[in-house]
Each structure stands twice: as structure tokens, then as C-alpha cells.
Design a protein around this ligand. Structure first.
Ligand SMILES: [Zn+2]
Length: 277
């Protein structure tokens, strides 16, 4: 744990990264594996670690804190959260299902690569890659074998998963709006990559643009919020209590104390235009 009060934005971010690492490690230490259902530890632990990773990747890259890029990463975090919440309603069965779907996808990729060779021998590099993938699948086949499934891994839409897992608001207000950016849909492109032409004779058509945007710390705060949300669902599902203030709480305190210092010194507050998520 970082104890001294960080002052610059860089210090605030570095201690946030430390604190997230500490949170995931402390949480795993409180949650010993149940070897009769080891898939639960692997899948839920792995997904939780992925959520921590995404929060840290965003925190460490202020160049992504803008409307072009942050929503892509935040939408990935929304996916992790809804999947985790749904997995935790019936961990042993759903974690197996998650693994077997993933193995099916890997098997499909292997078949596509073989088909692409069209009868020629693979190069050494191709052969090594395909052998590696095949061994990775086979090493798990005994425990998790299932056919290639081309549908959704859970058999449900993300919306239905969110409804079952009691996080439909998160689906409606986070997952769906950020999907526009992640999939480059009209509602995103029109807002971020087109502007009205100034020529009145041109009947208000839109002109393509690629504006450079200033970093906005509120995107990073959303990432911290989603990581905290996933960790909270995990901790309450498994009855774990780390007994320490969360990385997010410490981050908000550090930002507010840095803002106070900046205000006293007459510097503009980086978090003043905070938006909700
Ligand atoms: Zn024009």
C-alpha cells in the first residue's frame, strides 16, 4: 500500500496501479481454490484479473482518455463485468461452459488455418504455431471436451445475461452506449468524425474530420469504477472482506487532495469536468 499522499497526476496514477495490484493479490489470497471445481478458480479468477488489467491499462495511458478510444476499452470492461456477474450465479456449470466454448473457438481457428494451407506443407513457423495451439487444446480436452459451438458462449444474449445477473442498468447505460464506439456505428462516427460544412450552399452536409482530443480524466475514473464494481460483486458472492479501503476510494481521495493543492496554488483542476457513468 502507498501511504504518503501523492501530489502529481503521475504519482496519483502510479499509486493507483500499485493499489489495484494489491487488491487483486489480496483477494486471491483470501480465496483458496476448490480443487473439485478448479474451473471456477481459473475462470472467475482469470476474468477478475483481466478486469484489473484493463483498469490498469487505461490508468497507465492518458492518451486513451478520450471519446475515440476510451469507450472501446470501457465497453470491454462492461463485457467482463456482465459475464462475471452471470458466471457467479452458478459457477461450476457456467465456468465449464465458458471454457468449452473458448476451446471450441480455438479449435475452429486451427481448422481455418489448416484449410488456408490448401494442401501445401506449413512453414516451420506455421507448424510450430499450429502444434502449439493443438497441444494447448488437447491438454484441456480430457477435462473440458465439447464440440465447436458457433453461437453465444452462454446461450443467451448479453442483455439477457445482464437481466439475470441483476445488472440491466449497467447494460443499458454502459454496455450499449459504449458499443457505438467499439463497433464504429453511426451515432459514434457522426459525433466524433464528422462536422457540419460551413458553406450555406452545401445544404448542411457533414465533412469527415479526425480531431485530436485532450485527455479527460473522467474516463479513467469510469475504469476505476467498473473495476471496483466487479471486485465488489466477486467479494460479496464469495463472502470475502479485505478490510481495506478500495483502490478507487484511495484514488478519489488522492485526486481531491491534489485538486485542493492545485486550487491553493492557482492551477486548474484536472477532474473538474467529471461525468457520471
Ligand atoms: Zn460543404
Amino acid at each position: 500500500m502507498t501511504t504518503e499522499a501523492p501530489s502529481t497526476l503521475e504519482d496519483v496514477l502510479l499509486s493507483y496501479l500499485d493499489n489495484v495490484n494489491e487488491e487483486i493479490q489480496a483477494s486471491m489470497a483470501l480465496w483458496p481454490p476448490d480443487f473439485t471445481h478448479i474451473q471456477v478458480h481459473e475462470v472467475i479468477g482469470g476474468m477478475l484479473a483481466r478486469q484489473a488489467t484493463l483498469a490498469k491499462e487505461i490508468a497507465a495511458a492518458p492518451s486513451t482518455w478520450n471519446g475515440h478510444t476510451a469507450p472501446i476499452l470501457l465497453r470491454a470492461m462492461a463485457d467482463v463485468h456482465i459475464n462475471l456477474a452471470w458466471l457467479m450465479l452458478d459457477p461450476p456449470a457456467r465456468c465449464l461452459k465458458y471454457i468449452s466454448f473458448g476451446l471450441g473457438q480455438a479449435k475452429l481457428e486451427l481448422e481455418h488455418r489448416r484449410a488456408q494451407l490448401e494442401g501445401r506443407d506449413p512453414t516451420d513457423q506455421e507448424a510450430a504455431m499450429m502444434d502449439g495451439l493443438e497441444q494447448w487444446i488437447d491438454s484441456q480436452r480430457a477435462t473440458f471436451l465439447q464440440d465447436v459451438d458457433l453461437g453465444k458462449w452462454s446461450g443467451l444474449s448479453v442483455r439477457d445475461m445482464a437481466r439475470e445477473a441483476d445488472c440491466i442498468d449497467f447494460y443499458n447505460y454502459v454496455y450499449t452506449p459504449f458499443s457505438g464506439c467499439a463497433h464504429s456505428m453511426w451515432q459514434h462516427v457522426a459525433a466524433y468524425n464528422l462536422e457540419m460544412c460551413g458553406n450555406p450552399l452545401h445544404r448542411h452536409h457533414r465533412v469527415p474530420m479526425s480531431p485530436d482530443l485532450e485527455p479527460d480524466v473522467s474516463y479513467m475514473l469510469l475504469a476505476a469504477k467498473y473495476w471496483d464494481k466487479s471486485l465488489s460483486v466477486f467479494s460479496s458472492t464469495f463472502g470475502l472482506d479485505r478490510g481495506a479501503p478500495s483502490a478507487r476510494k484511495r484514488l478519489l481521495a488522492a485526486i481531491s487532495s491534489a485538486a485542493d493543492t492545485a486550487e491553493a496554488e492557482g492551477i486548474e483542476d484536472p477532474a473538474s469536468e467529471n461525468r457520471d457513468g
